[in-house]
Design a protein around this ligand. Sequence first.
Ligand code: ACM
Length: 586
Amino acid sequence: MPEATPAALLPLPQSCTGRTGPGLVLGADTWIDAGTGTESTARWLSGTVGAATGLPLQVQSGPGSEPGPAVRLRLDEHLGERLGAEGYLLESDAAGVSITGGGPAGLFWGAQTLRQLLGPPAHRRAPLHRGATWTVPPVSIRDAPRFRWRGLMLDVARHFLPKDGVLRYLDLMAAHKLNTLHLHLTDDQGWRVQIRRYPRLTEVGGWRPRSRIGLTASTLWDERPHGGFYTQDDLREIVAYAADRHITVVPEIDIPAHSQAAIAAYPELGVTDVVDTTALRVWTEWGLSPNVLSPSDTTLRFYEGVLEEVLEMFPGPYVHIGGDECPMEQWRASPAVQARREELGLPDEVALQHWLVRHFAVWLARRGRRATGWDEILDRRAPASGAGAQAAAWSDTGAAFGSVSGAARADVGPSAGRPGTSDLPPGTTVLSWRGTTGGIAAVRSGHSAVMCPEEHLYLDHRQAPEGEPVPVGYVCTLTDVYLFEPVPRELTAEEADLIAGAQANAWSETMETPQRLDYQVFPRLAALAEVTWSHLPAPHERDTAGFLARMRTHYARLDALGVDYRAPDGPRPWQRRPGVQGRPMA
Ligand code: ACM
């Protein structure tokens, strides 16, 4: 691990050595020598770094050679065998720069490193001064990520983020070598994906009349209607833009809870013998609606139809089917649901929920996709004792947003998990949010897991004890995120291999604008990038001071990228939200 990197590289590369001699000065004659398979990174460099520097950076493929120094792009499958497809080598000296990728993704991450080497202004969209000098320091870098899933979840359901905001976030993720964007597309408060065969999902489910400002204890309301949705073409564009940046988009269609917007659009999806679902509207409260999907054949066929269209739009391996926080009251009270449970020979409602989740996990597996879900997808039985009371307590308080601590939630989490105990298809991936318990259970039953524990990686939670706009939940500082370790110590090496990585979740109840989103996401996403990319030692051995020192340069990059981050000394005046209530933890 280098003591310092020449340009305060972030995330920290696996190895970086300064070389002697002058660096490469880019000029009007610098060109991009694009080897076979490198065209899309060449285009990105020429378009993005070309715009920032004001240099032509012309791309030349094939054997022709230009007179000036070159940025040489190559793929090397032997390197890929050693470093993986996301690994790369970068060598620079006065004669040129050479980036070699283990695969196209590695090459692209190398190009991101090259931009960092040019300095923060290389992250702007136009040069500040014509004729500025752009120098690549002489270095030798060898780099590859620690984890294969380096993610961010955007909750575009609670507050819609218009398409250009998502594209911007893809650029911000790429700048941090993050490779997985999870879009939380549906919830009680809004349905955000066009489904051609069910137009009411967006016509009705995409809008709500008003929104509470702050969390449930707040009495302030924004009386403007809120909503919006992505057309299928918007999502195809997002997926293609992401693919150019080697980012996979994981769509989430949440079942069977967090579904009131869908039920408002199609009342037959709800528990119709318990509530008059025709009277339901898209929810205007935060928290957890008691109105859940019925586990009926109608629901199964409807959501298979939804997923058929989702699969057309999202070619990636993963489809997220939610599965979290299902209040069971309506199922318990419903003769129709109880008859269904008995007919299936299932002991309780948790088993019924598991049956529903499994149905879709198998449906996806048959179509060559991997189901992903929150860690509740492993739950198969209601807890027998005290923990059950705990579960009932948080379900019953439905309206409270995340109303119990992570520790209490962990009480209702999956049991320890034993190999072979899962009946979900083998490729199913579990997102562990109730602490790391769900992830541990997942890998112990042979599934891969992504760590996103609420107390460490929920970006709606406040970044300092005092003075935060809309203070929510745990205090989770930049350093707290930096010290998160995705692999729990108790795992064996084999189990640890199943930890695919980690992701940060930006739940958006209190993030009603892109500025609020930026404030909550940054700078903490930079820490997550380093935790998931770099081969950091155990938390107590991490060089936090070194990270914070590199952050000084990184803030200048974020400034250049136009990110409204939280500054180290707290919110700027316009970032404060005086009088808006959050939900601090006790
Ligand atoms: C969650 O926070 N309900 C996944």
